[in-house]
Ligand binder design. Sequence first.
Ligand code: AHG
Ligand code: MN
Ligand code: MN
Length: 345
Amino acid sequence: MNRIVTLDEFIIKRQKDFPYASGELTGLLRDIGVAAKIVNREVNKAGLVNIIGEAENSNASGDTVQKLDMYANDKLIECLKNSGECCGIASEENEDFLALPSVESKSAKYVVVFDPLDGSSNIDVNVSVGTIFGIYRRKSDTKGKVQLEDFLQKGTELVGAGYVVFGTSTILVYSTGSGVNGFTLDPSIGEFCLSHKDIQIPDRGNYYSVNQGYYLKFDVEMRRYIDYCSDLNLRLRYIGSMVSDIHRILLQGGIFLYPNTRKFPNGKLRLLYECNPLSFLVEQAGGKGINTKLERILDMQPTELHQRTSIVIGSPGMVDEMKAFVEKYSTPTPYVAPTNGATTS
Ligand code: AHG
Ligand code: MN
Ligand code: MN
């Protein structure tokens, strides 16, 4: 029988691989792991208690019932506040960023961005949801409070990112820039155990993932590419929680697309909370993540916290192919004036 490696053990071992690491990032990752277990507990009993449903609803005993994504948001903030390694957070659920007070006068140097519960429309129907996070080193002076510039960093500046999928089992996947590893929660011992070592995304896969219901609202080159996927008999899978779709693609290969639509001319998904952390992980596993202007997601300069972007992400061979489609169909064929007496077809 293989020896079980827990998440904590793995993180500490990895820290030893970096001789000058101070342990702060290690501590932060462990605290995120703890928050994930707490959220997992609530997600698993969502059908049993009145935690599902709209925020500010009252339950039978008149208590205020909190929506699960707000609960996840609060728990993450609480864990990060207590950790002492994080000086600020920005969340999909909060309009502004939050400066965290220092713990025991320690000047923390990391900020964390997160989507506390991705795919929240799936909660009430028992379909996978997840938490996505990204970690940056702050830019501003550690003597003062965090500033907006600490959060508006390009994805290339991420020092770590990860996600947790609350699915048929609960899995935490993370990277600090040297490969991607996955840990499955063993509920009998309450520990995340290494289950997916050094994840490598296949060059191609059999799946494409897009909300095909918006087909007519996509640009022509996207429609052509989607037709092509269909012609190849690729299997369409779209969960409605990007984190779960990306998890499948990381393990089995494929492509995920959320292009511009008429309703969301700049794409719907959030650059800071969804696209950057997931692109970081996919790239770490050998994949690619670009927008429909064919720019690398991680190279995009964020200008606001809740910035949206289009995204095409997944197996490198498939993203390259989509890129070729866009280049082909969005370049108008140059007009060549007929020479005297010549005919054009
Ligand atoms: P969230 O639940 O955090 O708001 O994110 C939902 C996102 C993403 O996870 C999913 O792929 C997409 O929105 C679904 O959007 P459509 O229903 O427009 O396809
Ligand atoms: Mn989301
Ligand atoms: Mn969300």
